[in-house]
Design a protein around this ligand. Structure first.
Ligand SMILES: [Zn+2]
Length: 820
């Protein structure tokens, strides 16, 4: 490593672990900077990691032997290592080497210059309490210490537990020799090749022979149980705490089918020798696609009532898709992380399309895209490929996941279904075992499709944002005239005109027809022949374009036609939600009111799609009268879908105090169809019987549910009833360590919302900053940010240097930024 390289990599990497610098009371932090590829002058070939886990002290003892190849003449080697104490460094010949620590780096001076092409071995002995990357968790209730440990490498946290070249562009093989208490078991990437139990300790040896970036190396260990299965000869294993045993197989049952679908769709076999999924306490995210060894949150496991609300299939499919998109091929640097996350998100949707049908796919895509459209606004808008960040984790937002998946869906329309599938397969096959950039994806798709995709990539991937559009049409003398306007503000780098190919669907009483349209201007007008007046005209009927759409002149009559005849469930959902306020604005007794109510009732009772029925139930809140009562109470107790039942109950809650409805709510609650429906029934009881609700809610807070899901829902209802007694109750639950941290987080969030006794709440939140649980601490930081008093600002300022994640740092920065 030459000095120039050292200086360069300090500027590039140094800012990523930004810490607040205190000047008086006001914290300062690093600004977002542009990031390129680090030049280290070497290529790591293999990591051999010997690690002893010491749960009593939450510390580790480590020895990391790194084999690397000099890509140029080197006199020193720069590695990433955050915190921990380095005891000694030796080279392959056993010579002790001088080393220096600066920021989160370890610079090792070689005994002599190593010419280009030299294979070097460095042996680093180190230890201490990891500050990041490796977490002890699963506290015993008697306070006697943690029972599990897990690592979380992405984006650049594996440097917190072993020295490495912590950048996605460097691929190496790895092996881990893990020493731990004898009653623990472990899982790591690759195959377990040895187990030794000796003197109260257990040692497991794992080896991964496919080269991979350092961030995909992982361990999970602890007092866990393991369940093994086989899928087409591939060992599948699941790990969890013994208390979740009964939920394990049901939650993971589709794993084989998911892997099979991805193999079939991409034409590329599952790339590794096993696939494990391990559930660990306090995992900060939903899941992480460590290579051949996914780590997951326990919240994904649940009983039958939980599965009626939400299945774990989406999360399992997402992490499994990453084994191809992210692990077999990896973004070359974080600016291209959308290639990892966008594909994992879209491949999950494709699995639902293949197994649950196109209607479910359309509805899930809509939910996904909506999350992106809400977030990618104002100052938060950024391009999909983005080189500017404070911490690479800042890029892991809806632009990398849902926004990127929506763009892949548009790409599928542009190149066609068959080309899209071929393109995905070719992209994987060409780059398997290597790193990729957005250019690689564009090149592959252009070669498969046979035309250039510059405009798509410029406007949607390197550009920012999405179009906002309105659509109007009219019919006269055998012609339909339609106009699509792109109305969005383009001042912040969003394309003024998105150049798009799309379609128009024209619906007649007996049929529908489609016509292609090209959008190349802010306002595009087109005409089509039509002998009779159509009942409806829809732009982009299959919802390929990520956009915010409005229909300024669409009439109730046209919405009714869409509700009745459109084959696309998303269009029927739009119709249901549009008809709600239209019914609400009609006077009682007007024929239109009866007719529109009838349409919504038909959707609620007869539509085969549960998302449409749920939206119809929501829209009927506008018209709680006559037959609507019966339809909503029927749906709340009889619909096959928990989503529809819960929506019906929430609509009924708009009726205000009502003895009969309160009794109905209690009955539905006792029937216990799903946790969400019980939460919605509690909302109905709370609205219709505000006097009796507190005692009823507090009594039911004692009921058990997976991860205290029910308690969390009931606490949110309790918080709607104001007063000092309620605040005291919430405070007690926020402190209660027998309650799951996710339910305590709800108590914290509710308590922090405009409290009566702000000083007491700030004091409590300050105390809770010491909590280990990521989700609970997130709620505490959010809550302190909302108070905006001297004591809360001081608590956040003091905590900032100890913040565990980039997300925590960004939350605090936003809270402490002076208000405009
Ligand atoms: Zn992911």
């Amino acid at each position: 490593m030459r000095l120039r390289d050292l200086a360069l990599s300090l500027t590039i990497v140094g800012f990523t672990a930004c810490t607040a610098v205190h000047g008086g009371d006001a914290p300062r932090w690093a600004r977002a900077a542009r990031h390129g590829l680090p030049e280290r002058g070497y290529d790591v070939d293999h990591y051999r990691l010997e690690l002893t886990l010491l749960p009593e002290t939450r510390s580790i003892e480590g020895r990391c032997t790194i084999r690397l190849v000099a890509l140029e003449e080197l006199s020193s080697v720069l590695l990433d290592l955050a915190g921990l104490e380095v005891l000694e460094v030796r080279d392959g010949e056993g010579r002790a080497l001088a080393f220096e620590r600066a920021r989160d780096e370890l610079s090792i001076a070689l005994a002599e210059k190593a010419p280009e092409g030299t294979l070097l071995t460095l042996d680093v002995r180190y230890g201490g309490v990891p500050r990041t990357g490796l977490w002890f968790s699963g506290e015993r209730r008697d306070g006697s210490g943690p029972t599990q440990v897990f690592s979380q490498g992405q984006a650049e946290h594996n440097r917190g537990w072993f020295p490495c070249f912590d950048h996605p562009s460097d691929r190496a093989t790895s092996e881990i020799l893990l020493t731990m208490p004898a009653d623990w078991i472990a899982v790591a990437p690759g195959q377990r090749i040895d187990i030794v139990t000796d003197g109260g300790l257990r040692r497991e040896h794992w080896r991964m022979t496919t080269p991979h970036p350092a961030y995909l190396i992982s361990i999970v260990a602890g007092e866990l149980i393991r369940v093994d299965e086989q899928w087409r000869g591939l060992p599948l294993s699941y790990y969890c705490e013994p208390k979740y045993r009964d939920w394990l197989e049901d939650s993971f049952e589709e794993t084989g089918a998911i892997l099979g679908f991805f193999e079939e769709y991409t034409g590329v076999r599952y790339p590794f020798s096993k696939y494990s999924q391990a559930v660990v306490a306090n995992f900060p995210q939903g899941g992480m696609e460590n290579i051949s060894a996914t780590t997951l949150t326990p919240l994904t496991l649940g009983d039958e009532l939980s599965r009626r609300d939400r299945s774990s299939v989406g999360l399992i499919a997402h992490e499994a898709a990453h084994q191809w998109f992210g692990d077999l091929i990896t973004c070359n640097d974080w600016s291209h992380v959308w290639l990892n996350e966008g594909f994992a998100t879209y491949m999950t949707l494709l699995y639902f399309e293949a197994t649950r049908g196109v209607d479910e796919f359309q509805c899930l895509l809509r939910e996904n895209t909506r999350r992106y459209l809400v977030e990618d606004r104002g100052g938060r808008r950024r391009p999909t490929v983005c080189e500017v960040w404070k911490d690479p984790e800042d890029l892991l937002d809806t632009r990398a996941y849902e926004g990127a998946a929506a763009r892949l869906h548009l790409l599928r329309f542009l190149v066609g279904d068959a080309n899209f599938r071929d393109g995905v397969g070719a992209y994987l096959a060409r780059h398997a075992g290597r790193n990729v950039t957005t250019e690689d994806l564009q090149e592959t798709f252009e070669s498969v499709a046979g035309f250039d995709l510059d405009t798509f990539f410029e406007e949607w991937i390197y550009g920012r944002g999405f179009p906002e559009m309105d659509f109007e049409w009219s019919w006269s003398e055998g012609l339909i005239e339609g106009t699509v306007r792109q109305t969005h503000d383009s001042s912040g780098g969003t394309a003024r005109v998105f150049h798009l190919t799309s379609e128009i669907e024209v619906g007649f009483p007996d049929r529908s027809e489609r016509f292609p349209v090209e959008l190349g201007q802010r306002v595009t007008t087109f005409t089509f022949p039509a002998d009779v007046r159509p009942q409806y005209v829809r732009f982009d009927p299959d919802c390929f374009i990520p956009k915010v759409m409005s229909w300024p002149s669409r009439t109730a009559e046209e919405w009714v036609a869409i509700a009745r005849f459109s084959k696309n469930p998303v269009a029927r959902r739009d119709a249901a939600l549009a008809l709600g306020p239209l019914v609400g604005s009609q006077k009682r007794g007007e024929p239109a009111r009866e007719e529109l109510t009838g349409e919504l009732l038909a959707l609620l009772r007869e539509d085969e799609n549960s998302w449409v029925r749920a939206d119809a139930a929501t829209a009927l809140a506008w018209v709680l009268e006559g037959p609507v009562w019966e339809a909503l109470t029927d749906a709340a107790t009889g619909d096959a879908s928990a989503r529809v039942r819960a929506a019906a109950l929430r609509s009924l809650a708009y009726c205000g105090p009502h003895e009969g409805m309160a009794a109905f709510g209690r009955r539905v609650f006792d029937e216990a169809f799903s946790w969400e429906t019980m939460g919605a029934a509690a909302a109905l009881v709370t609205s219709t019987d505000p006097t009796g609700a507190p005692a009823w809610l507090i009594r039911n807070l004692q009921l058990d549910s997976p991860h205290d899901r029910l308690a969390a829902l009931l606490l949110a209802q309790l918080a709607r009833l104001e007063g000092p007694a309620i605040e005291k109750e919430l405070e007690a639950w926020a402190r209660d360590t027998t309650l799951s941290p996710t339910a305590r987080a709800v108590a914290v969030r509710e308590l922090a919302r405009d409290p009566l006794d702000r000083a007491a709440v700030v004091a409590l939140l300050r105390e809770l900053l010491a909590e280990e649980n990521f989700r609970l601490r997130g709620a505490v930081i959010d809550g302190l940010g909302e108070q905006d008093v001297i004591a809360s600002r001081r608590a956040l300022t003091e905590y900032y240097p100890r913040a565990r994640t980039a997300k925590e740092r960004r939350m605090i920065e936003a809270a402490l930024r002076p208000s405009p």
